[in-house]
Design a binder for this molecule. Sequence first.
Ligand code: NAD
Ligand code: MN
Length: 496
Amino acid sequence: MASQDIQTIRLTTGKELKVHTYLFINNEFVPGHGPLIETINPATEEVICAVHSADEQDVDAAVKSADKCFNETWRKVAPAERALLINKLADLMERDKDELAALDALDNGKAFTVARDCDITDSIACYRYFAGWADKIHGKTIDTTFDKWCYTRHEPLGVVGAVIPWNYPIMMGAWKFAPALAAGNCIVMKTSEITPLSAYKFADLVKEAGFPAGVVNIITGYGHTAGAALANHKLVGKMAFTGSTLTGRKIMESSSHSNLKKLQLELGGKSAQIVCADADLENAAIQAHGGIFNNHGQSCNAGSRILVDEKVHDKFLELFLKHTKDIVVGDPFAEDTFQGPQINKAQFDKIMNYIEIGQKEGATLYYGGKRHGDKGYYIQPTIFTDCKNDMRISREEIFGPVVVIIKFKTVEEALEIANDSDYGLAGGVYTTNLDTAIKVSNELKAGTVWVNCFDVFDQSTPFGGYKQSGFGKELGKYALQEYTQVKVVKILRTQL
Ligand code: NAD
Ligand code: MN
């Protein structure tokens, strides 16, 4: 365990960065008692550095620090004061935007420019959005009987536990920290053991912003140990989770076996993008392309099934292919890179295996399908045509740059195919007909429907799944409900 907290790492650009590798508990960086975890640069397959990890006792310490802070300090801090702190944090993130983006690009393999201009920029906006809510959370006065005064209070839950994945490290953090803090909770977040670095830079900013010790605690560690310890902890009032459906089920079990903590689960998807015959095909091709290939296909809402009216199938495919061919795959730190490597060897192998399965199932491998280069976990953007919705590549979440294209004859048939999925995170339709847009939007069994666009996010609109894509909403005013509990107070006038 004898490693230093601060390590120096070098980017491919030659720039050096100092990173924390200890756990962030009670505003201090402390060694963890779990095994050291080597974090890998997926672009080079080389070790970036080793970070400390949390075991059950570290999780317990983090939760207890959050619980103590909540009871003694944070719950007494005025909402407007919380807003100031969150806004200050956003300002510091703005100042250090490049460094946060570089750490996510290095650790995750996403393009630096995307990390900076999307992930970090949107995260800053998310903190500012929720800072605005902090002093606007309030209950109602409810008239009941003449001699009684009833009102509700929207109270924080106390300690929120969060477990996040590796696909958007800073942003998945923001979606949970921002509403949790605005609503007055303390939080213990377990980052993904695959991308631990940027959150500790964020932790530095939390401290600099002046948050009381214990409000924000950030630990990394393995899911089955640290993640499970958090999900099982009796002082945790709620778990906010983003990741696989399999892990979501385990977190539900943990809640069930421990203290019935509230849950918010944002799980997988197999979202359909429906291209109608009357669509603006050039727009559909551009949007659908981003819909699947953004973040190398590693998005829960990825539009990984494209359903195309057979009348425009060939024309759409031609346009879609053109944009796919334009994708620059390469070094995340090169200016023009759109697609970096997949996150790790396990995901790389899983995706390559699905590409094999697709071919065996009889789909046509229309484009791509191979490893890109010979170093790093790069996979060519891959298009399967002639797909059927009962193929495994159409049903299971591949979580890579692989899209299946399925033909349909009528909008009704398209809806049937789109809804024939265990998942229901998102969906989209491309059409110039308002009736079709309304019909499809109403009929899709999914938590988000995009019309003539895809993968478009706003801080003020809710995001979350139907069916096995999970439950609970992130972002927007709806998210505040997930981080508060409603108390009703009834005061009886006894002297009439
Ligand atoms: P995962 O669900 O195992 O990991 C997500 C997070 O959960 C990580 O922080 C992990 O440490 C933690 N975790 C794992 N087991 C846990 C447990 N028992 N208790 C508490 N926390 C636990 O996902 P993965 O293995 O990184 O990826 C596998 C697949 O999951 C991907 O191929 C993809 O299909 C899906 N996925 C979805 C998302 C999403 O945004 N919805 C993100 C990542 C992965
Ligand atoms: Mn990594």
